[in-house]
Design a protein around this ligand. Sequence first.
Ligand SMILES: *[C@@H]1O[C@H](CO)[C@@H](O)[C@H](O)[C@H]1NC(C)=O
Ligand SMILES: *[C@@H]1O[C@H](CO)[C@@H](O)[C@H](O)[C@H]1NC(C)=O
Ligand SMILES: *[C@@H]1O[C@H](CO)[C@@H](O)[C@H](O)[C@H]1NC(C)=O
Ligand SMILES: *[C@@H]1O[C@H](CO)[C@@H](O)[C@H](O)[C@H]1NC(C)=O
Ligand SMILES: *[C@@H]1O[C@H](CO)[C@@H](O)[C@H](O)[C@H]1NC(C)=O
Ligand SMILES: *[C@@H]1O[C@H](CO)[C@@H](O)[C@H](O)[C@H]1NC(C)=O
Ligand SMILES: *[C@@H]1O[C@H](CO)[C@@H](O)[C@H](O)[C@H]1NC(C)=O
Ligand SMILES: *[C@@H]1O[C@H](CO)[C@@H](O)[C@H](O)[C@H]1NC(C)=O
Ligand SMILES: *[C@@H]1O[C@H](CO)[C@@H](O)[C@H](O)[C@H]1NC(C)=O
Ligand SMILES: *[C@@H]1O[C@H](CO)[C@@H](O)[C@H](O)[C@H]1NC(C)=O
Ligand SMILES: *[C@@H]1O[C@H](CO)[C@@H](O)[C@H](O)[C@H]1NC(C)=O
Ligand SMILES: *[C@@H]1O[C@H](CO)[C@@H](O)[C@H](O)[C@H]1NC(C)=O
Length: 828
Amino acid sequence: MLMAFSTYFLLVLLQIFSALHFLSLAQDQSGFISLDCGSPKGTTFRETTTNLTYISDADFINTGIGRSIKQAYRTQFQQQTWNLRSFPQGIRNCYTLNLTIGDSTPFISALELRKLKNTTYLTQQGSLQSLMRADVGSISNQVLRYGSDVFDRVWTPYNFESWSQISTNQTVKVGNAYQPPEIAMVTASVPTDPDAPMNFTLVAGSRTTRFYFFMHFAEIQELNSNETREFNIMFNDKHFFGPFRPINFTTTSVYNPTEFVVDANGKYTFSLQRTGNSTLPPLLNAMEIYLVTLVPLQETERKEVDAMMNIKSGYGVNKIDWEGDPCVPRDYRWSGVNCSYIDNEQQKIISLNLSASGLTGEILEFISNLTNLEVLDLSNNTLTGLVPEFLANMKSLKLINLSDNELNGSIPANLLNKARRGSISLSIGGNTGLCSSGLCATMKKKKRNTVIAPVSASLVSVFLIAAGIVTFIILKRKKRDKLGNGTTPLHSSSHHGYESPVIAKNRKLTYIDVVKITNNFERVLGRGGFGVVYYGVLDNEPVAVKMLTESTALGYKQFKAEVELLLRVHHKDLTCLVGYCEEGEKMSLIYEFMANGDLKEHLSGKRGPSILTWKGRLRIAAESAQGLEYLHNGCKPQIVHRDIKTTNILLNEKFQAKLADFGLSKSFPLGTDETHISTVVAGTPGYLDPEYYRTNRLTEKSDVFSFGVVLLELVTNRPVIDQKRERPHIGEWVGFMLSRGDITSIVDPKLPGDFDPNTIWKVVETAMACLHPSSSRRPTMTQVVMDLKECLNMEMARNMGNRMTDSTDDSSIQLSMDFTTELNPVAR
Ligand SMILES: *[C@@H]1O[C@H](CO)[C@@H](O)[C@H](O)[C@H]1NC(C)=O
Ligand SMILES: *[C@@H]1O[C@H](CO)[C@@H](O)[C@H](O)[C@H]1NC(C)=O
Ligand SMILES: *[C@@H]1O[C@H](CO)[C@@H](O)[C@H](O)[C@H]1NC(C)=O
Ligand SMILES: *[C@@H]1O[C@H](CO)[C@@H](O)[C@H](O)[C@H]1NC(C)=O
Ligand SMILES: *[C@@H]1O[C@H](CO)[C@@H](O)[C@H](O)[C@H]1NC(C)=O
Ligand SMILES: *[C@@H]1O[C@H](CO)[C@@H](O)[C@H](O)[C@H]1NC(C)=O
Ligand SMILES: *[C@@H]1O[C@H](CO)[C@@H](O)[C@H](O)[C@H]1NC(C)=O
Ligand SMILES: *[C@@H]1O[C@H](CO)[C@@H](O)[C@H](O)[C@H]1NC(C)=O
Ligand SMILES: *[C@@H]1O[C@H](CO)[C@@H](O)[C@H](O)[C@H]1NC(C)=O
Ligand SMILES: *[C@@H]1O[C@H](CO)[C@@H](O)[C@H](O)[C@H]1NC(C)=O
Ligand SMILES: *[C@@H]1O[C@H](CO)[C@@H](O)[C@H](O)[C@H]1NC(C)=O
Ligand SMILES: *[C@@H]1O[C@H](CO)[C@@H](O)[C@H](O)[C@H]1NC(C)=O
């Protein structure tokens, strides 16, 4: 580990002749922070040996307890040690010290911070730890600090046996940036044997020790014209610097601008060697050596710290650990805060959770300065005012939870738009004054007309995108829950009486509009027992228009409430309702268009010979699982889908999977359909949770059961029910095959062979868990999502080394980490 010195660039700092400057600095304690810890607030005193002024630390810390040492011991110690602060409580206690930004590199000795010039003591990495700071050749044998040293560095006397001291009564100029104390510079050492070199060796604790040294030289003898003092500086036998002639009564500082590493023996030796032309031996006036200490984590970006401090004071956040740096040390970061923790980078705050923190007032704009924020949770406070525009402009934000506050007004259009596109998850439930769609204004007008003619039209929640019959769930018990009561969940805000273009996208359309959109019902996408789905174009975007035909007893208010609810459920893995029409008996629902039809068609080969790859199937599984997870956990009130099956998983032009036909089922009783079991409990045979069938008690775990069936279809591509099989139901059949140890035969024979069998088994395992007869033993969708993502990640990692054979679009895989997401529908 020997160094090649030729690579080192050397710097020599020359004296700046500025005696005046020097004198003024010598008196200056500005930039010093000298704290007498634990003394009563307001205490100030001048310490007699140094003339340093100490003040109480009370203004710099909010925790800890002040104590004093016994009177008897005081005379032995300097006054700043008479008091102390102890920290019996809390794991994190912080001093907050005001430092001048940008022109100092403070060093700390106890709690004494000193200001140095920002051009000095620079290090490539980490920080510097003083190993020695020597007044070489000291005659007085006194430790020097403030009074002698303008920066209050502490210099210790240093003499070596084989060296002799020399000194001068003249002044020595010390005005370069390092400004060593003049008292140190007027003395120096020379080798006692004038022909010997001046060597000194230090042994490092570790071979990887890195260090910087600083040598300060001044000629302090008046030389005759026939005399010269010239020498070279060697480091571990290699030439480092020279030939060098110290300047008469003027300080020159020599140092290594890049760090040095010790040699293989953990040693480093400096040698000052006179040149052949020199009539005098080398000399050395003062020397400093610093070790490089790597600080494991850098501090948080200044701007973000300022923003957090402003948020803290703006809301009066009263959390005991909200002191000091928000992110470091990592294990002691502020509660509710999480940071980037990237090596060698300043910390960035990536999540802020002030849920249930008693916040009042408006959403503070200081938050906008947390530009790296990905998660912002302000839920369950009493925040008032509008949802600010700036939230939409915070590029990294992926999740915003504002639910359960007292916000009002309408949601900024940009934000809503982002939520619709799935690029942000927005939760706003529980803000009774908040309006999220263009319907607000309409609703208010409608509400005045208290007499609303009950509409008798068929409200069929059919969502047929391509061919394929969508079956539906009937719950004739009509146990209308909260959802049914939520007929007027929204208030319009008086000062936002207009509909912004984006909001207007979620709109009520006239029948004439529907005729135009569908070009007079030109192209049929699908047909079911409940109605016909047409292709349409709305605002240049393709849409699917579902016409509801048959009459039901569903009232206008009911329809409106349901539509309102669905308009507000936004998640990238759920098909989006973009509008509706109700004019007398003409009712329709307008959805985003899903170009690639449903999953069933793809598995059956109906969409052509290309077979979904295993990775493609995993992706579809993970995405639809996320959509379902959102219905279960992200929506208030919870939405149970009740008809999860492959025909209700639709694929867009990028083969991104989205769940269809959610929510409507809850209050849209349907007509009959031969594929439904027409009892009190309904669902699609094969997908129906037997426990629900038996007990009539519906929970989200029924969806988990159905989803397990979907997973088995993805693996096996076999019919859900096949009377000719050893076991008719797919779940029983797979269980039977597994029990016989016949694992390979269950995999879809058409599945392209390129896959990791481990992920297949993991999916089968997850599916079987979903199919557990007892709903309480089934996993939650959150667990299912995590399992599927793990499989997908494994599969993707495997595919990395295999790109040539893999033509599918990895780039479009966007599984976000958030499971509970997006606009929580308000229906209370
Ligand atoms: C402290 O200041 C006093 C006068 O202000 C002075 O006499 C004394 O020498 C100073 N002591 C030191 C160590 O500088
Ligand atoms: C630190 O600086 C800020 C702003 O300059 C000031 O408000 C605060 O009082 C200072 N704190 C202390 C302890 O000096
Ligand atoms: C050093 O401090 C000066 C002002 O004293 C400032 O102009 C300069 O930008 C600082 N340099 C650095 C690298 O911080
Ligand atoms: C410095 O001055 C003192 C007394 O003024 C004298 O004793 C000493 O020899 C002088 N030293 C030098 C190096 O001139
Ligand atoms: C230093 O002093 C010597 C004689 O005392 C003189 O010859 C030389 O020029 C001086 N060097 C500088 C840089 O002033
Ligand atoms: C330098 O010159 C002085 C006389 O001016 C003489 O005494 C001394 O020996 C000379 N030194 C050297 C090294 O030649
Ligand atoms: C001083 O160091 C040099 C080179 O580092 C070495 O050659 C020399 O022997 C050393 N001298 C003494 C007296 O240790
Ligand atoms: C001594 O100095 C002369 C001229 O200044 C130079 O040419 C010569 O190389 C030097 N000798 C040594 C050994 O440094
Ligand atoms: C904090 O963020 C890191 C990513 O920087 C993540 O790995 C970790 O799980 C997060 N911790 C918590 C408690 O959210
Ligand atoms: C915020 O904290 C609350 C309680 O401490 C927790 O329930 C919630 O999940 C957290 N929010 C996020 C986004 O992690
Ligand atoms: C909201 O906060 C209160 C305490 O402030 C807590 O009791 C309640 O459980 C929280 N509710 C939610 C939904 O987090
Ligand atoms: C954001 O930070 C910048 C720079 O630190 C500051 O000028 C600005 O006032 C801050 N904005 C807010 C809203 O705090």
